[in-house]
Design a binder for this molecule. Structure first.
Ligand SMILES: Nc1nc2c(c(=O)[nH]1)N[C@H]1C(S)=C(S)[C@@H](COP(=O)(O)OP(=O)(O)OC[C@H]3O[C@@H](n4cnc5c(=O)[nH]c(N)nc54)[C@H](O)[C@@H]3O)O[C@H]1N2
Ligand SMILES: Nc1nc2c(c(=O)[nH]1)N[C@H]1C(S)=C(S)[C@@H](COP(=O)(O)OP(=O)(O)OC[C@H]3O[C@@H](n4cnc5c(=O)[nH]c(N)nc54)[C@H](O)[C@@H]3O)O[C@H]1N2
Ligand SMILES: [Mo]
Length: 739
């Protein structure tokens, strides 16, 4: 029975969340169309699509790959032996729920930890509902080292969160690409920046590497990794000293300008030049460019989020646009979106059902308070004071992962026995892999929910096959995103005799019903649950998709003029009363990275190079190495080294080298790269070799080239405010592999 090609409207799963046309015939995937469209940003983002995206080009190879998960699996050998038994969903739900019940009775609900970032269309708020009703405060996530902490910080300073997606507009006169590589990692933003540049917008790049955007930029500040905070404070100091700030905005709407002025005085340009390695004249020129071409914006990404002491750096990064008057103006840094009328996250995740007593048990919540319930509660109160919906907690209240792994091993402060990993691959993406591995080996129960077999799945007791983005409905955004938009399931997650996958929603619901949460799960399917979210708009999910699948967000600049900023002082808090209340420095201060030629000169004798990481176009974190056609083009993990340094070390372009730190060594292939300082090397991350043995200890070659094996997550290295562990500015040595 041959049918015509049907066109389904799905949503791809990377944070760009492109809405794409999926061509389907007889229930099989034919192709995914990413149409290129010019007007790439703001409300049009949903229709942006960057042609040639590997997610599209290799969609079929990925969708039909033999490593895709098809049925629930139960471990039949030792953990890690790669011996599996196929079981029914009913057996999986019954057994997992029974085990969770036993563990909860014996150790308390806090014994269960969730691990996910929820980036992949997984419908996180419903997982949050399951978590809160189960009664555990423990959720760990890469959001601690991705945008979660940055969003939380800017929410506390401004009541909004300007720093996530930049709203580039025709009015925009200057863009600072700060520790971001949008041409590679956010192609639609890269495209929008290039369009703006052609319209006369000034471009400044702050990155230790010469990224593609440098070619056409007006200024490139090639700073020493991890010194961003000093650079920012130097720029702030110069702007204040020269009177380049927006006096009216500062006077009327900023809190703590005098104290900031005093603090910034400690950062004259000559001193900043010495710290950062950027000549004072270049800093001066870039600062003037930024302060005199308004409105402008900073687009920052992991280059700041993942350095040591990144919270003070992010704090300074928030202050800079505020003092020049770039906050909440069209073409500048608009404060986070006005939530749509969709049912808000707090009504779905039911975090009020989690008792205060349980909330207080969050691992690390008393030490790294930015991502604790205490900070969230302050944000909630400030938001409600100005009639705003609070930021969703499922993304910003996060336990400390390094502490959780240590707690599992040491059983302190209480036993953690169960972990559910969903849409994440922590053995590749969290640091100190050996510790993560030891923690996984010690668990009583590990359930992994994924779409392909991974190193992390190999250490599970149960592996549950999730429906992929092609096989499930989704609504994205509406609260922390600039738009709410969605996609339908393009293909069925169930195919008789071939596979039986499920959207995560159904997993939480089935487990929830077995754990006494029945009254809270009235919606049988994901689509019904999403219709509940849309109810205040008078739409069902189907109607929403038929109507285009978008709830655009209307811009509402300068809304603080109506009721003030959603902060305790009602002003933009340069000086943070919240950080002060939590016991931290209310103003940013630069601290030398814990490992550096300056702070650890002895260590630098043995480990003289500074390691950073950067992402590549084709791979997505730990994903896609199993796709043979893609691997043929990009077969090896690369490390970028300046040719002059490489030659000094006797390393030729293309040689295999060891990268070593006190934690061990991993191998990468040397790529000569002129655009990096001779003292800095930049490694790829996320590498395993799915063609290698699956069973422990290989776990697909986990220990060979995975850069996180040699990056430490020691608590004294973590940011004292957020608990984020540093991934960049790490001392290392590099030498040629023998043979
Ligand atoms: N192809 C692809 N696209 C992706 C992803 C992927 O894995 N692959 N991941 C997605 C996700 S979740 C994220 S968060 C984004 C990340 O997107 P980006 O943050 O844009 O990417 P990164 O390569 O992690 O880092 C950005 C830049 O930081 C620079 N950098 C390193 N150390 C420092 C430093 O000390 N200071 C400064 N100022 N810069 C520094 C690097 O040289 C790099 O150019 O990409 C998203 N898009
Ligand atoms: N050293 C170093 N470490 C880093 C970074 C770095 O730059 N350097 N970057 C960090 C950043 S920015 C981030 S965001 C994190 C990312 O960390 P992770 O989120 O752990 O990264 P991924 O490798 O993308 O893992 C996603 C997993 O989800 C699975 N998946 C895909 N679609 C679905 C789905 O629909 N449902 C389910 N259940 N599973 C699905 C994939 O198969 C994959 O195994 O890594 C961080 N780690
Ligand atoms: Mo990320």
């Amino acid at each position: 029975m041959s049918q015509e090609i049907q066109v389904k409207r799905a949503m791809c799963y990377c944070p760009t969340h492109c809405r794409v046309a999926v061509n389907v015939k007889d229930g099989e995937l034919i192709s995914v169309d990413y149409k290129k469209k010019k007007e790439t940003l703001t409300a049009e983002r949903w229709s942006t699509v960057v042609s040639g995206c590997p997610r599209a080009v290799y969609a079929k190879d990925w969708f039909y790959h033999p490593l895709r998960l098809d049925y629930p699996l139960k471990r039949s050998g030792e953990r890690g032996e790669n011996k599996w038994q196929r079981i029914s969903w009913k057996q999986a739900f019954d057994e997992i729920a029974q085990k969770l019940k036993e563990l909860r009775e014996k150790y308390g609900p806090e014994t269960l930890v969730f691990n996910t970032i929820g980036e992949h269309n997984t419908c996180e708020i419903f997982r949050g509902r399951f978590q809160n009703l189960f009664g555990t405060p423990n959720y760990i996530s890469s959001a601690t080292i991705c945008f979660g902490e940055g969003i939380m910080l800017s929410t506390l300073l401004s009541g909004g969160w300007p720093i996530y997606f930049p709203h580039i507009r025709p009015e925009t006169k200057c863009i600072v690409i700060w520790g971001a590589n949008p041409d590679v990692t956010w192609p639609y933003i890269g495209q929008a920046i290039e369009d703006a540049r052609k319209n006369g917008c000034k471009i400044i790049v702050v990155d230790p590497r010469r990224i593609d955007a440098v070619a056409n930029a007006d200024s490139w500040l090639q700073l020493r990794p991890g010194t961003d905070c000093a650079l920012l404070l130097g720029m702030i100091n110069m702007i204040i000293k020269e009177g380049l700030y927006d006096k009216d905005f500062v006077e009327r709407w900023c809190h703590g300008f005098d104290k900031l002025t005093e603090r910034a005085q400690g950062y004259p340009l000559e001193k900043v030049a010495e710290i950062t390695g950027v000549p004072a004249s270049k800093i001066e020129e870039a600062t003037r460019l930024y302060a005199t071409n308004k409105p402008g914006m900073i687009f920052n990404s992991m280059g700041i989020e993942q350095i040591p002491n990144h919270i003070p750096a992010l704090h300074a990064r928030n202050i800079l646009p505020a003092i020049v008057g770039n906050i909440d103006v069209l073409g500048g840094e608009l404060l986070g979106p006005r939530p749509t009328k969709m049912r808000p996250g707090v009504e779905i995740d039911l975090n009020d059902k989690l008792s205060l007593e349980q909330k207080a048990k969050q691992i690390g919540g008393g030490r790294f308070k930015l991502l604790s319930w205490t900070a969230w509660e302050m944000a909630r109160q400030a938001a409600e004071k100005v009639g705003e919906v609070p930021i969703p907690a499922f993304w910003t209240v996060i336990a400390s992962a390094p502490l959780v792994f240590r707690s599992i091993i040491e059983e302190k402060p209480y036993p953690i026995k169960a972990l559910i990993t969903e849409a994440t691959n922590p053995l590749l993406t969290f640091s100190n892999t050996k510790l993560v591995y030891e923690a996984f080996k010690k668990l009583d129960l590990h359930v992994a929910i994924d779409v392909v077999m991974t190193s992390t799945c190999q250490l599970a007791d149960y592996v549950l096959p999730a429906a992929s983005w092609l096989e499930k409905a989704v609504i994205h955004g509406g609260e922390y995103d600039e738009i709410a938009h969605g996609g339908e399931a393009a293909l069925s997650p169930v195919k008789e005799g071939q596979y039986e996958r499920k959207p995560e929603y159904e997993i939480w619901r089935e487990l929830g019903i077995r754990l006494g949460q029945e009254e809270h799960w009235p919606w049988k399917t994901l689509e019904e649950a999403l219709s509940y979210r849309l109810e205040p708009l008078g739409l069902t999910f189907e109607e929403f998709i038929d109507g285009g699948g978008v709830i655009p967000f209307t811009y509402d600049p300068k809304r603080y003029e109506k009721g003030g900023f959603g902060t305790p002082t009602g002003k933009f808090e340069l000086y943070s009363t919240v950080l002060e209340k939590l016991g931290y420095d209310p103003l940013p201060q630069y601290k030398e990275p814990p490992q550096s030629p300056i702070s650890t000169p002895d260590m630098a004798k043995e480990y003289p190079l500074i390691l950073i990481n950067a992402k590549r176009r084709w791979y997505y974190h730990s994903q896609f190495r199993q796709i043979e056609s893609l691997r043929k083009r990009y077969p090896d993990p690369l490390v970028q080294i300046n040719p002059s340094k490489a030659k000094e070390l006797g390393i030729a372009d293309g040689d295999w080298v060891w990268i070593e730190t006190p934690l061990g060594r991993v191998k990468h292939k040397c790529e000569y790269f002129e655009g990096i300082d001779p003292q800095v090397v930049s490694a790829e991350y996320g590498w395993t070799f799915p063609e290698k043995p699956a069973a422990d200890p290989s776990l697909y070659g986990l220990w060979e080239s995975n850069i996180n094996v040699i990056i430490d997550d020691a608590l004294e290295y973590c940011d004292p405010i957020s608990g984020g562990w540093p991934l960049r500015a790490i001392m290392c040595k590099v030498y040629k592999m023998e043979g």
